[in-house]
Write a protein that binds this ligand. Structure first.
Ligand SMILES: [Zn+2]
Ligand SMILES: [Zn+2]
Length: 339
């Protein structure tokens, strides 16, 4: 099969790799679409210089073989099904996995191709095999929606841990791709209102077109949106946490979703947290139940309009170089590669 390997900053090429052979508990998938995320942008730009590397972790495709042990189990996708794939390693043995927090599995992620090339998803390829439990059917949804399973599972995880309920007043800091997925999910779940906060006027305009009840720059957020029950921070900007805490009503929750710079610290008042019963919560990645929910939402078609609005461009695998260049160098929502 063909697979894309990034060999240096802004250097990517296709090469041959032996077809993966599924074991009795695996499924083999012909990849139809793979989203380019922050990780792929960093690898391509050289801000995360790990080379050579086979990237691509937001993968969807068609099942072309199912191992014998998996094939007899209810719930396992069948040959011909469209699936979205969880490519995380969940060892099941470490302290995190034993507590049901496999998003925080302590086993190092990733693997290797046949020649030792580092694999971080390896979804920019024609084929992939995964344990059957990590393939989730997406019904008749198009591949471009199924390829949003991984980021959407991050967002269902965020909403689950954050305790999102119908009737909540919700604000989302950051109107990029992840912010927009939070908007779509919160609307679907019956939020009383959802506001988006960003420094880009263009992104705020697009958020209003996508159904945001209000939008604001960070400086005006409290004045414009008022107090909130739940604030999701999807952009790890300085002052984002302070902005979010200032917006929280009594008993409210701040969910820190986006990555922050490692050396950034924040000034928030312990008394405000105590006196107003605020919750400040970190969320990271996803767990199997978040995938079940994300795949079902994609299959239902209820997010179809929202997901379509977030596809910036689609490229065949042969044009992976162009796709990575666009994703890394322009403000995009999602660029998809495959097929
Ligand atoms: Zn991702
Ligand atoms: Zn583990």
């Amino acid at each position: 099969m063909k697979i894309a390997v990034i060999t240096a900053a802004e250097q990517v090429g296709l090469r041959e790799e032996p077809d993966p052979v599924p074991g009795p508990e695996d499924v083999l998938v012909r990849i139809g679409a793979c989203g380019l995320c922050t990780m792929e942008r960093r690898l391509y730009l050289g801000t995360k210089p790990i080379y050579p590397v086979a990237a691509g972790h937001e993968v969807a495709g068609e099942v072309i073989a199912v191992g014998a042990k998996a094939a007899v189990l209810p719930g396992v996708p069948r040959v011909g099904d469209t699936v979205t794939l969880d490519l995380l390693t969940r060892c099941g043995s470490c302290t995190s996995c034993r507590r049901g927090r496999s998003a925080l599995c302590k086993q190092p992620q990733g693997g290797a191709l046949s020649d030792g090339t580092i694999s971080m998803g390896a979804g920019l390829a024609q084929l992939v095999k995964v344990p059957a439990r990590q393939a989730f059917g997406t019904g008749s949804a198009p591949l471009r929606h199924a390829a949003m399973g991984e980021p959407l599972a991050c967002v269902t995880h965020s909403a689950r841990l954050g305790g999102l309920r119908a009737g909540d007043r919700v604000a989302v800091v950051g109107a990029g791709y992840m912010g927009r997925l939070h908007l779509a999910l919160a609307k679907l779940r019956g939020a009383a209102s959802v506001g988006l906060i960003d420094i880009s006027e263009e992104r705020l305009t697009e958020a209003r077109e996508a159904g945001a009840d209000w939008t604001s720059t960070p400086a005006e957020a409290v004045a414009k949106g008022g107090k909130q029950d739940l604030v999701f921070v999807t952009a790890g900007a300085p002052d984002a946490l302070e902005t979010a805490v200032a917006m929280c009503d009594d008993g409210g929750t701040v969910v820190l979703f986006g990555a922050f710079p490692k050396d950034l610290s924040a000034g928030i008042s312990p008394d405000a947290i105590h006196h107003h019963e605020l919750t400040v919560l970190g969320v990271f990645s996803h767990e199997p139940q978040d995938w079940t929910e994300a795949a079902a939402l994609i299959a239902s078609g209820r997010l179809a309009t929202d997901l379509d609005a977030l596809v910036t461009a689609e490229f065949p695998l042969a044009e992976v170089d162009e796709a990575l260049r666009l994703a890394a160098k322009s403000p995009v929502y999602r660029v998809l590669v495959g097929g």
